[in-house]
Write a protein that binds this ligand. Sequence first.
Ligand code: ZN
Length: 127
Amino acid sequence: MTRESLESIRKRLLTLRETRLQQCRRQNADAADLLDEGVADVADQGLTDSLKDCLHLLSDAGREEILAIDEALERLRDGSYETCAGCGKKIGMARLQALPFTRMCLACQQNTEQQLSTKAGPSKGQI
Ligand SMILES: [Zn+2]
């Protein structure tokens, strides 16, 4: 992948992350208002705490997505972005552009999803 492609993906990830966080803040407007006021003058530390609280309030799916985006940004920094976390092969540019925060190639992703759906079982959420 060219440096330009990676840079454009990095920008998309940052935008996506910001969009998710804004959705989260809106969803939890009351709590977020209190949190924002409480940490407003603590700069970076406050931002981190606010983010943690925000993540805590998010749905599992939303939280996982933000964490996946963070991981993808980290992999862009250390140069492992295009490498599949499952098998170590290149993930492929088409897949990365469609799913910029994926960490696995299609084959490994499908394997993982099959394992998860087997573990989850049919009774989940019926209590
Ligand atoms: Zn793989």
